[in-house]
Design a protein around this ligand. Sequence first.
Ligand code: UD1
Length: 419
Amino acid sequence: MDSIHVRGGQPLNGRIPISGAKNSALKLMAAALLTDGELKLTRMPDLADTRFLTILLTHLGASVQAGPGVMKIHADTLARTEAPYDLVRKMRASFNVLGPILAREGQARVSLPGGCAIGARPVDLHLQALKDLGAEIDLTEGYVVASAKGGLKGARIHFPFVSVGATEHAMLAAVLAKGETVLENAAREPEIADLADCLNAMGAKVEGAGRSTIHITGVERLSGTTHAVVPDRIETGTFALAAAAAGGKVLLEEAIPEHNESLWKLMRAAGVQVTSVEGGIEVSRNGHPVLAVDAETRPYPGFPTDLQAQFMALMTRAEGTSVIRETIFENRFMHAPELSRMGANITVRGNEAIVRGVKTLRGAPVMATDLRASVSLVIAGLAAEGETVIGRVYHLDRGFERLEDKLKACGADIDRRQE
Ligand code: UD1
């Protein structure tokens, strides 16, 4: 199993190219199942998660060709309407194939998902949305069996709370439903707007994505297109926080400043310089101490739960005490005990972590517990004295493309070993 070794104390200086967003790429890949045309995705990240989903799409009968930064998916016909447990359990986002298969074939059988161990993460909102669109849904032996004999029908779908996955799933199904669908209390993440842009380029009629109410007018068929995946705001934020923790100055190439406003606000309050420049965002901290700032995770445009662990890593060495509140997932502080092994002073009480800044972190052997938690340990390692060895890095490989290479190019002392 691979581990990552980081010897801290080197500032980061240089340029970091930002990849396409994992969370968008996965839904765009599912969208390819809606058409018999070819979907060509550019700025496509190559990640363990996109590879998992490739296996599932191939199983369903799509032909998938991947090259550097590009993926072509052609689901001329679907050979199967079933996504088995083995192919879905490793990654929750694969559950999103249910809607497209159902919309196209009138039936689908998809295993209930697994995914990161960051909470219960049910799929009730996804299933309710499909039921609202007229699907009959049965749960048997760990599978969702869905059918819509006369096809899906447009509906008003009101989400009781904001869910990224359920909003996207409803969009993926409603684009081929008969009539008009209105999604109320929809998620507003940039990945939702990205999915809508791609679906519209395929011939769908989606209006209002990025706002709380989305209108979709169903069309009879969609065609292939070429679409560039939106730059990854979570990767952007992660490298910004890494530079803030390690010190130095980095240019995050192609990053879209507006997609991380909530983070920039916190980082500026912490004394870090964040500037929009031609071609991306520049983040620097030269000599200034980091100040403690409180943070609370919220649906977009609030501060993202996917950056909470990385932000905590920065706060471990801040001047003062920071309170970090997690409101999206109930079990997302698993990095706290690992950071504490490196000398951080963190007390977790329910959904709050109280982080008292310490002068020094010291390298230690630590364990990655989920995708974003694992990268918070890399950030802490960059800012620590001595060597940090991070185990179970397969979590990290699910969502970060060439992480060590990108950090190394900016002067980090980091490498990966097979042990
Ligand atoms: C997506 C992202 C993930 C991010 C999360 C929140 C992908 C592949 N993953 O996950 O990285 O952390 O958004 O920004 O895009 N919930 C229910 N029932 C449902 C669906 C969700 O109770 O049917 C709950 C979840 O348990 C969670 C909350 O709603 O507490 C928000 O989850 P959701 O926005 O759906 O997250 P995902 O789409 O799974």
